[in-house]
Design a protein around this ligand. Structure first.
Ligand code: NAP
Ligand code: GDD
Length: 347
């Protein structure tokens, strides 16, 4: 039985990856941050009480800002594969919390690589996936592929570039099996609610059911190459199954504007978005990434990977999921419960 360790297991991708690996009969270990409230909701469908016999999912308290915790977890879990997904992953927030973002995203990766370097010293064969981002291309002209020079436009993106080069350096310096996945935006009904796609589908479905009146957004002209998270975690796994380590762009090759996402989502909801959407400058970024469109031909030819879910299907899947959530909220509201107003000031 192979063992995998996932940092960031409680996030969108971590939950999809854990499901994929469990389905492939891996023993899966995840690093979870201590929080004052439960932060494992996305793992609910696969979580089993550790007291029960036969569970293959193990969660460990740790943090990528705490190198000692990472070393302890490596010793406990003894993984064959490590997926480094932990991040302060919100680009807008990285302008407010630049040092913290660098500590988690850049230095956090370095801490984990250092721990892995020691772990591998005993002759342990271990493979490492680094969650790189299309944000690293930033202002570079589309289409962006593996040879496109990076031009980061935020503290988050600059930190991901540092993490990318740490990973390349540890591969070359110590002969470690390390892959950088350079993933373009990928979404799902599990997407965090302050990223634009989910913010839109959550708000429009609530507006449709009368639970909310307005949706405030920033730049509607930005273009993104949006895929489905369930497809993208498969590419992560495929990278680590190859005979040698390499870096790969993962993308659909299609790009749409935020406005287009809004139009398609609104049409699925049957509402006129121009009546309920307003612009709020707080959602603009000091430096924006205008146009991302990936060239994933290398991943397609070498890994045999391809995206399965297209743009319209992705939007529909998210709208349908959030309509159901809104219906549940409405039922509670009609039963006298208070409607929750979300704190989206940073979204
Ligand atoms: P996400 O939903 O924001 O999840 C991030 C995960 O990192 C969460 O589990 C979070 O824990 C954890 N985390 C944050 N700070 C940590 C720390 N100090 N120590 C340990 N864990 C920490 O992000 P995602 O969308 O799943 O993305 C996964 C990875 O891929 C991230 O590195 C992201 O930057 C990168 N990426 C994402 C996309 C995309 O479009 N989704 C594209 C390219 C790259 P909590 O649950 O406790 O907050
Ligand atoms: N979040 C947000 N909120 N974005 C908005 C809003 C809003 O109200 N209005 C417009 N946008 C625009 C942003 O300015 C950006 O151009 C685009 O919508 C997408 O924003 P996000 O959904 O926040 O994602 P992102 O592209 O900045 O970053 C995501 O993708 C990266 C990969 O390219 C994150 O998942 C990153 O972690 C990931 O690396």
């Amino acid at each position: 039985m192979k063992k995998a360790l996932i940092s960031g297991i409680t996030g969108q991708d971590g939950s999809f990856l854990a499901e994929l690996l469990l389905a492939k009969d891996y023993e899966v270990h995840g690093i979870v941050r201590r929080a004052s409230t439960f932060n494992t909701d996305r793992l609910d469908p696969i979580y089993a009480d550790p007291h029960e016999h036969g569970t293959a999912l193990f969660l460990h308290y740790g943090d990528v800002t705490d190198g000692a915790s990472l070393r302890h977890i490596l010793e406990k879990a003894q993984p064959d594969e490590i997926y480094n997904l932990a991040a302060q992953s919100h680009v807008r927030v990285s302008f407010d919390q630049a040092e913290y973002t660098a500590d988690v995203v850049a230095t956090g990766t370095l801490r984990l690589l250092e721990a892995v370097r020691d772990f591998a010293r005993n002759g342990r064969d271990v493979r490492f996936y680094q969650a790189g981002s299309s944000e690293m291309f930033g202002a570079a002209k589309p289409p962006q592929g593996e040879t496109t020079p990076f031009y980061p436009r935020s503290p988050y993106a600059a930190s991901k570039v540092a993490a990318h080069w740490y990973a390349v350096n540890y591969r070359e310096a110590y002969g470690l099996f390390i892959c950088n996945g350079i993933l373009f935006n990928h979404e799902s009904p599990r997407r965090g609610e302050t990223f634009v796609t989910r913010k839109i589908t959550r708000a429009l479905t609530r507006i449709k059911l009368g639970l909310q009146k307005k949706l405030f957004l920033g730049n509607l002209d930005a273009r993104r190459d949006w895929g489905y998270a369930g497809d993208y975690v498969e590419a992560m796994w495929l990278m680590l199954q190859q005979p040698s380590p390499d870096d790969y762009v993962v993308a659909t090759g299609e790009s749409y504007s935020v406005r287009e996402f809004l139009e398609v989502a609104a049409s699925y909801c049957g509402i006129d978005w121009t009546r309920c959407v307003e612009m709020d400058p707080r959602y603009l970024r000091p430096t924006e990434v205008d146009f991302l469109q990936g060239d994933s031909s290398k991943a397609q030819s070498r890994l045999g990977w391809k995206p399965r879910v297209g743009f319209e299907e992705l939007v529909r899947m998210m709208v349908e999921h959030d309509l159901e959530l809104a219906r549940q909220e409405k039922t509670l509201w009609e039963a006298g419960h208070k409607v929750v107003q979300r704190g989206l000031s940073h979204g």
